[in-house]
Design a protein around this ligand. Structure first.
Ligand code: HEM
Length: 537
């Protein structure tokens, strides 16, 4: 059915239902006026009221549909393919829940796009507005860049993140509030800090010290998680949680509570507004502890007031000090600091784990990076040297392609808007997205599309990037105004960890027979960890 036929049907349905409504109302009014003394038994009256309410509800739905069809035709859009036989989105919800439970959701989405095309619509219980799901680069470009102002972070995600990140978090705000947050954080991500390799290196040395040298098997994912929290806390406060070193009890507790909170917010953001019905005393306790932990650092910097009050090295750049200079109140600073922990910890862990999982299966790639390290001829690379290591950076890029840690993401239309593609029988016409439409876009499946990356799209092959040019087909850090603000810091960390580990270890071998399933939380992780043995040089 094309757009004009859809409009005709919507118009016919609306007028037919309205006519029935008015005729029934007219008859009821006539009966009441002509027999004012007659009263209906209360059961019959109740049934009449329910029928009236249901009819009214349907008519308002048809009116909305008619209006949307008129807008669709006026804007030159065509109808979008719809997930069938699921008017309330209960089947879609159950299907999603089944695959989340089995940790097969990402693979299932690849199949779903094959069956439904790269853009389709569906309901998702209990949401009343429609959801569009897409892995089409043109649509991703519209949402993130060219029509940025038409799309916002959906309330469901905000509700889910709120109890931990707070209402000032850069992840929980839209419009001018978001611009304010971004402007506040941007100056703290200055180049000389992100290129401060010494800070990152200190924690990598501790990681290397922890790796068994006798060929025993260990879980790299768990190690990378400790490395990431130690590094990000050092970057934030000038003092590390030091979980890989001699962490005090409060740091260990912070690490544990942090992990548990992230799991809970992943679950809560899936439930959206329903989380308001679920008070969670444990989450309250975790958040209380974490915010006090951060508040202690804020108070310390403020009371000492001197440059690098927290760091041993007085010349060291400390992110928190830069943030305090913004003059924002403590609760705003605290929300942003916790957000950066969330933004930077599990994403980095996820990419490192996936990269080393692939390296453990691709000794030829390990060999090429090691050759590059040898050719460089220096033991301690500078930031520029690291960034110029071609194959090493291509391997990181390829890991980010196959495993973007933010595997799926969502926005909500804040006004009527158009997605460039996905409508009509061939799925190539523009699609109308009325205000309130959710759009779920999927970097994980998009970055594995065979029509973009070739028939070996599912393979780890860093060489593909030597002559491949893409834009919104590759968005592990997002794109447009809301692109990841920590991208350069993350890339530096990823490159340096890879450099150091392949400089210190000759081989990495996977030691796990279980299928390598990816678990979907706020970020992806490997369900069973990444069990390997590493042999020193
Ligand atoms: C490989 C590692 C990383 C990946 C793949 C990654 C990915 C992303 C993505 C996809 C977003 C967009 C989220 C959205 O708008 O829905 C984002 C935002 C953000 N990231 Fe990262 N990130 C990484 C590391 C980091 C690090 C290390 C930091 C900080 C030290 C950081 C700080 C942020 C912040 C503050 C935002 C919010 C930006 C905004 O809304 O304007 N990220 N990141």
């Amino acid at each position: 059915m094309d757009a004009s036929e859809r409009l005709r049907t919507a118009s016919w349905r609306y007028w037919a239902m309205s006519t029935i409504f008015y005729v029934v109302t007219g008859i009821a009014v006539t009966v009441i006026i002509s027999e004012p003394t007659r009263s209906l038994p209360s059961a019959q009256l109740g049934v009449c009221i329910v029928l009236f309410a249901a009819l009214g509800f349907y008519i308002s739905g048809y009116k909305k549909e008619l209006r949307n069809c008129e807008r669709m035709v006026a804007l030159g859009c065509e109808p979008i393919r719809t997930w069938p036989n699921d008017p309330f989105g209960i089947r879609y919800l159950l299907d999603t829940a089944k695959h989340v439970k089995a940790n097969t959701l990402l693979q299932q989405r690849v199949q779903l796009f094959k069956d439904m095309g790269h853009t389709f619509s569906h309901r998702l219980f209990p949401e009343t507005d429609i959801t569009i799901t897409t892995d089409e680069p043109e649509n991703v470009k519209a949402i993130l860049s060219t029509k940025f102002d038409d799309w916002a972070i959906p309330p469901g995600r905000i509700q889910g993140f709120l109890p931990v990140l707070g209402r000032h978090s850069i992840f929980n705000v839209n419009g001018p509030e978001w611009q304010h947050s971004r402007a506040m954080l941007r100056p703290a991500f200055i180049r000389n800090q992100i290129s401060d390799l010494e800070c990152i290196d200190r924690h990598i040395s501790k990681l290397i010290a922890h790796i068994p040298k006798d060929g025993s098997r260990f879980d790299l994912q768990a190690m990378f998680a400790m490395l990431a929290i130690d590094t990000i806390s050092d970057f934030m406060f000038g003092q590390s949680t030091d979980i890989l070193g001699s962490a005090p009890d409060t740091s260990l507790k912070f690490g544990t509570y942090f992990d548990r909170s992230i799991e809970k917010i992943a679950y809560r953001s899936r439930l959206g507004w329903m989380t308001q019905l679920l008070p969670d005393a444990e989450l309250k306790e975790y958040t209380h502890f974490m915010t006090s932990y951060i508040a202690k650092y804020i108070a310390e910097v403020k009371s000492k007031g001197s440059k690098s009050a927290l760091a041993d090295d007085k010349n060291k750049y400390v992110f928190l000090e830069e943030l305090i200079k913004s003059g924002e109140p403590d609760n705003v600073i605290r929300d942003q600091i916790l957000s950066i922990f969330v933004a930077g910890r599990d994403t980095t862990t996820s990419v490192l784990t996936y990269l080393f999982f692939e390296l453990s299966r691709h000794p030829e790639a390990v060999g090429k990076i090691q050759e590059e390290i040898q050719d460089l001829g220096v033991a301690d690379p500078s930031w520029e040297q690291l960034r110029n290591m071609k194959y090493l950076n291509l391997a990181v890029k390829e890991a980010l392609r196959l495993n973007p840690p933010v595997a799926t993401n969502a926005r909500e239309a804040v006004r009527d808007t158009v997605l460039p593609t996905g409508g009509g029988p061939d799925g190539k016409s523009p699609v109308f997205a009325p205000k309130g439409t959710k759009c779920r876009y999927q970097p994980w499946t998009m970055q594995r599309r065979e029509d973009i990356y070739g028939s070996d799209a599912a393979e780890f092959r860093p060489e593909r990037w030597e002559d491949l040019r893409v834009t919104h087909e590759y968005v592990p850090f997002n794109a447009g105004p809301r692109i990841c603000i920590g991208q350069q810091f993350a890339l530096t960390q990823l490159a340096l960890v890879t450099f150091r580990l392949l400089q210190s270890f000759r081989t990495i071998e996977r030691k796990d027979d279980r299928p390598p399933l990816q678990k979907l939380g706020v970020n992806t992780s490997m369900l069973h960890g990444c069990w390997v043995i590493m042999i020193p040089v």
